[in-house]
Ligand binder design. Sequence first.
Ligand code: CA
Length: 225
Amino acid sequence: MRLLLVEDERALAEALEASLKRENYTVDLAFDGIEGMDQALTGIYDVIILDIMLPKKNGIDVLKELRAEKIATPVLMLTARSETEDKVEGLDNGADDYLTKPFQLQELLARLRAISRRKGEMEDQTLSFGDLILDTKRCVISSRETKKTMQLGQKEFQLLEYMLRNQNQIITKEQIVEKVWGFESEAEYNSAEVYVSFTRKKIKFIGSKVKIKAVRGIGYTLEEN
Ligand code: CA
């Protein structure tokens, strides 16, 4: 699960980041509304945690603009106790839930689980291209033709899921690095190449006709032979 946390109180943001990472979430931070908006527009997040009182652009405006841009990523809003009206406005503008500050970490984790459960129920459990099927709950690939299956590692899964959700497009190495490792990671483009190569081997192992084709100088796309 990749989270975007938009919160201008740096100490709070960094403490939450550390706690969420311990719970195996991948977390990117933004410290104002404009930065948060830019990152959220990539559409790579599973949940956005969005503070309301933010410099440059407030959380309600960020949310309105995201929904206007058809970004449907679930949003959990953070509000101060005095901002109950903002809370209502947030929900009216397409927030999925809200949490009043100060809150316990356990409560945030419970809300995140509930949001991702709802999101999971709305999404199909499988993605496919040609004979290749990805079971997104179990992280297993299979071929409709050979019936062979193979377990994917976490990064291979994120890579292939991203490619399947954007099939018929060319995915750049930069997009792969952002999706799988996050904006602030030290991962290099050759990390993307390494995981593309791992994933290719697994697809080949199950005898699928689908290939991750390299598009020279640009990136990768799915192709069926
Ligand atoms: Ca704030």
